[in-house]
Design a binder for this molecule. Sequence first.
Ligand code: RTP
Ligand code: MG
Length: 143
Amino acid sequence: MAVERTLTILKPDCVRKNLIGEVTRRIQEAGFKVVAMKMTRLTKETAGGFYAVHKERPFFGELVEFMSSGPCVPMILEKENAIEDFRTLIGATNPDEADEGTIRADFADSVGENMVHGSDSVENGKIEAAYFFTESEVVANKA
Ligand code: RTP
Ligand code: MG
């Protein structure tokens, strides 16, 4: 299986609940290497740009409000089959539909405030990683 990278964001609800450590621990325990990480706060413009694919959807305004409501923690993660395996680890978008033991099932309050983002393809992962990180901010992690 190919080594892939995925872009995650620990969303503002994750930061507000003081779960950065717990969620990162689960991610690392599942075999993902953190190759880039920062804390930042999105503006409405940068949040809207990141989720531009959803701009015609009825929830777009709420999504932009929420994603810009406080600091978040984007990370680039590396692992074999990272895209699919990360989405399995976090669970379905709606935490009520997420499998038991997934990050969203365990910690998310609602479909809107669902703790973590995960890229949905290798190609989008590359675009999303470049949205947050310059090349010099990405560190190869061979440990
Ligand atoms: P993400 O992009 O954040 O990893 O989430 P996802 O792929 O599981 O879901 P997606 O369809 O891409 O939706 C992006 C985010 O928009 C919010 N959302 N709200 N109120 C709603 O019905 C609704 N639907 C989606 C969620 O925060 C979702 O993660
Ligand atoms: Mg998505």
